[in-house]
Design a protein around this ligand. Structure first.
Ligand code: PBG
Length: 325
């Protein structure tokens, strides 16, 4: 009989006891902070749907990178929202393009901060899709992965410490790995958005990255939220193709996926707490409906407990400050 011999409250009776038996610990080194870069100088344009987050010109992004690094966050995930957009995503493969410039400037100004470069076509195409669109309005997989590999090479050459393809085309990890290796970048890791769901929680991000699709949606390449086994196939394939780390995205509504992926592969698992997850907490906190700090730490602890080794979060610098205080 568990009770009355067993009483679980014994090890909950004081903060010292609770600290001693705690199973999950957040650490600043596990966090990656997203940055949104826009053209211009001295630009710091607040993203309305993401309180505290701004679009930054390259010079401001360098300042932000230094502050983030000083707060104890080891890496940023870089997104660019260039002005010039066309059907071929030309600016993403341009060595003078916005993303390449930002990568080089941050590495130059803040050398020990890791720069993970998001690799996708949606920010650089006029149609806003993550791959090339054929005459029938379909997303063409195989021509897309050739371009994505060129984008990844461009970012690796600019100095990116890792490339992170977020497009969800089939075979892009293999295409990127072989081009990087052929061009002398065998040391650049690939962080694959392996299990990325077609989620309603990306809404605020699309304002920040100016990357909403001009027609249709992303359901022919991103995953159906109803599927779990398929996520395991995605990560197993990506690891076989050469992914060094895999991302599950979003995080909070997909804790079961994080757990399954953790058991299915041995590479580090990264969870992405996306813009909508951030904005929900912010909006409720601003109304006084929720304690922001407690809610943030609880969601991140849950993501970590589910099996995430690393977490991409818009709360990263704030959390690092809290943890180091
Ligand atoms: C683009 C991309 C998206 C996010 C990261 N990369 C949006 C999308 O797929 O529409 C979402 C990030 C977030 O919501 O915080 N491929």
């Amino acid at each position: 009989m568990p009770f009355p011999q067993q009483r679980l409250r014994r090890t909950r009776q004081s903060e010292v006891w609770r600290r001693m038996v705690r199973e999950t610990h957040l650490r600043p080194d596990a966090f990656i902070y997203p940055l949104f870069v826009v053209p211009g100088r001295g630009v710091r344009r607040p993203v309305e749907s993401m309180p505290g987050i701004s679009q930054l010109s390259v010079d401001e992004a360098v300042k932000e990178a230094r502050a983030v690094s000083a707060a104890g966050v080891p890496a940023v995930l870089l997104f660019a929202a260039p002005e010039e957009k066309d059907a071929r995503a030309s600016t993403a493969v341009d060595p003078q393009g916005l993303a390449a410039q930002a990568i080089a400037a941050i590495k130059d100004g803040c050398g020990d901060l890791l720069v993970w470069a998001d690799v996708c076509l949606c920010g650089a195409t006029d149609h806003g899709h993550c791959g090339h669109v054929d005459e029938g309005g379909r997303i063409d997989n195989d021509s897309s992965i050739a371009t994505l590999a060129e984008v990844a090479l461009n970012y690796a050459r600019a100095g990116a410490d890792a490339v992170a393809p977020s497009d969800m085309m089939d075979g892009r990890v293999q295409a990127i790995r072989s081009l990087l290796d052929r061009e002398g970048h065998s040391a650049t890791p690939i962080v694959s958005y392996a299990a990325k769901y077609a989620s309603s929680f990306y809404g605020p991000f699309r304002e920040a990255a100016e990357s909403a699709p001009a027609f249709g949606d992303r359901r022919s390449y991103q995953m159906d939220p109803a599927n779990g086994r398929e996520a395991v196939r995605e990560v197993v394939f990506d690891v076989a193709e050469g992914a060094d780390l895999v991302i599950v995205k979003p995080a909070g509504p997909y804790l079961d996926i994080i757990r399954r992926v953790r058991h299915a592969v041995t590479v580090p698992v990264v969870a992405y707490q996306v813009s909508g997850e951030f904005s929900l907490i912010k909006a409720a906190a601003q109304r006084g409906w929720i304690d922001e700090r407690a809610a943030v730490l609880e969601t991140l602890t849950g993501i970590s407990r589910a099996g995430a080794d690393l977490i991409i979060s818009y709360f990263a610098p704030q959390v690092a400050q809290w943890l180091n205080a």
